[in-house]
Design a protein around this ligand. Sequence first.
Ligand code: ZN
Ligand code: ZN
Length: 389
Amino acid sequence: MNIKGKIKNITPEMINWRHYIHQNPETAYNEKNTSDFISKKLEEFGIEVHQEIGKTGVVGIIQGKNTDSNKTVGIRADIDALPMTEKTNLPYASKNDGAMHACGHDGHTTMLLGAAKYLAETRNFNGTVHCIFQPAEEGGNAGAKAMIEDGLFKKFKIDSVWGIHNWPGVPVGQAVIHEGFAMAGGNIINLKIQGKGGHAAQPHHSNDPIVAAGFTITALQSLVSRQLDPFKNVVLSLTKIEGGSAFNVIPDSVTIGGTLRSTDKVLRDEMLKKIKNIAQNACAINNCSLDLEIRPGYPSTINDIKSAQLVKEIFQKIYGKSSINKDEKPTMTSEDFSYMLEQKPGAYIWLGAGEKSEKLHSPYYDFNDELLPIGANFWASLAENILSE
Ligand SMILES: [Zn+2]
Ligand SMILES: [Zn+2]
């Protein structure tokens, strides 16, 4: 593996930063300490820092040797943690109750910090590198959108955008880069079933929303299996149900929450109509009514084909011909880097985290530190390649 000497040398330092961030996780838009930590490091490296872009986002600007060149790149890392409790028992496990870096954003942040340190020391490129540290990727909080709305692409001239996510199950040293569609778009749905509450022993005086919820859930299971072309890709998962307060009271209402994911937006809109129709009817036969709230989720993540090909070339040049994994299919998980890719060409790369890594969002997950030099070295090479003369 062809890692630049300077990046090898800073790897122990990167591991310390990663463990510090891991121990001090902060969830969406609360990344105050994380954002200060990143800014302090960038300043130490002699990099111009802009804080509070999209609330807790940070942009670091590194000028190359030839400042006349107007070529630029934007490299993005997500910085937020998840609202969950860590169970790893690691010496650097989360100190913040109810927050955990279970998706490896501590590692993504560190890889970009490592690359920033190297690029600021060597400046072996012409033009400008923008290091974009983005908040609130998780849970539909759309930190990428917040940064764009706060002027990310207006305040800074950024020609292309690039992102990495670690990917458990893919061997370390390999990457997955889709040419085109990579990750699904989604919607959050909330079905409020309104009935009429009453005494559990006198159901004939009530309209029972619990029974209506049961019918609705069962009926919706046949949507994908019976009403969708088997060659099309949609997932509907109902993940949350709330209602009722006592064993002898029929509640007034029940709420069911879930998510709909698909590869394209037209199909998703069609499915949303069908969900409404099915759920309304399932409620109607139980004398209940339905209020369907549809919240937009992230758009599909679609890599620019030329950018994806360029990334593959660079990756293979550094890590060898067999370093591109072609087995992994696109996924139904979604990712808010899609908002940046809607505006600028670029690509989103999955970096193998190894077969032994716990899965993302597991309370036992920990970012694999072996990836730190691989990712930092890749970012540095990408910048040097795109911004070469
Ligand atoms: Zn995640
Ligand atoms: Zn993530």
